[in-house]
Write a protein that binds this ligand. Sequence first.
Ligand code: RAM
Length: 484
Amino acid sequence: MNSRFLWTAKQLKPTLTKSKHVLTPKASLAEGEHVDLDFGDHYVGRIHFVFQKEGRHPDSPALLHFIFGEKKWELEEDNSAYHGWIAKSWIQEEWIHIDEFPAKINLSRRYAFRYCRVELLGCSQAYRVLLQEATLISETSAPEKIAIVGETDQEKAIDRVSLRTLSECMQDVFEDGPKRDHRLWLGDLRLQALVNYQTYRHNDLVKRCLYLFAGTADKNGVLSASVFTKPKVVGDGASMSDYSLLFIPTVYDYFKATKDKETLLELLPLMRTQIKLADAQMKGGVFLDPNRLGWCFIDWSLELKKRCACTGVYLYALRELIECERELGYDVKSEEARYQEVKEAAKKEFYDEKNGLFFCDGQLSFASNIWMVLGGVLSPVEGKEILLRLEERDDVIRPVTPYMMHHYLIALYECGLTGKMRNLMNEYWGKMVQDGADTFYELFDPEHPDASPYGSRSVNSYCHAWSCTPSYLLRKYFLHGEQS
Ligand code: RAM
């Protein structure tokens, strides 16, 4: 823990803007009945209800069940049959007894939802329960509304939903998703920050998050993959090889957007440390199995082999560090030599001449090939051939998250396939819009819309900030041309 860094983070704690949304359903319920509320858009916030009774004096308490859903189907799920491997307590529901009427019920937790079901589980026949009012106080630290961009109605819809996704995740920190973790994750932060620079420009929130990671690093400089902020700041203690490396571009991007050199210089030693820590997990210029040495994320595909992609992330991060240090006037010769060494080793270890593609321990995936492109292992011409070849294969593991899909789009851009990149953005995110998305999802595999790495879609997050990058892509690559 670095208390000075944490002090800096604390000074940058944002104030949340709160807004009130009131529904007056006046729904009269007997035991076993329910009413569904629709707040009209996705919100993050706290809710209270006013209940009255109709009929005779209550001769039993009322037992109410509340379910919250980012998607309407969440209200219909049989949560008693939940069989996922992460805690069932992530499901947004609550049970309350009411003894006296009228009753104002404040639910103490924060929820992320558009839909809410109020179900009367128990009540005597002497009376009915009347739901008079439901008041939601929504919260966000996103400073203002942003003008929507896009050349077509579809692009405008994608931008609107992306912006909403990001602003819903902008709370005390950049949360990954407000339904589940409520937590600051490093890999997610990198993409949120990129979108933020093009939209809300709440750059102090990015700075706060950088200092939260820096402040919770252990004495060897190992970064936690995620940070809890309540009741006090603590790193989750788990480190992920790829996320740690991506701290480097996250800081450098922040510097490019803000020119805040003081922060860059303060965090530079920690950026360098991430390369050294990664070096210790490599042999002969490529990663040993990152899943054995520490969790490496890359994508939410449980079968994915990650040594190749992780080596690509290393090259990508090292290249960013070199560029950053060069800009600051440092001698980068030894880093450049290391970059060349790893680049050659990666090609030797993972490139399959016969197929003209990268394989990771015999497995073909988009992830491996995309990160080899992003790591600069190939020229744009070679990269283009590889990406096109990849599409023709049906024995390939495809991206399952908008996080991986974003990296695919950037790889297409790097290889000059800008038209393809834009079409794919429209196709992939457009399908979520067609699916009725108010905010974009943590996972989206159009072929398997109910898939979940957690064993149940009930705990998937349907407002997940790493999916909001079209707002960045549209502004940076398509509508105003390249910006710094
Ligand atoms: C999920 C989080 C987050 C991601 C990690 C790896 O649990 O929601 O988005 O960064 O996994």
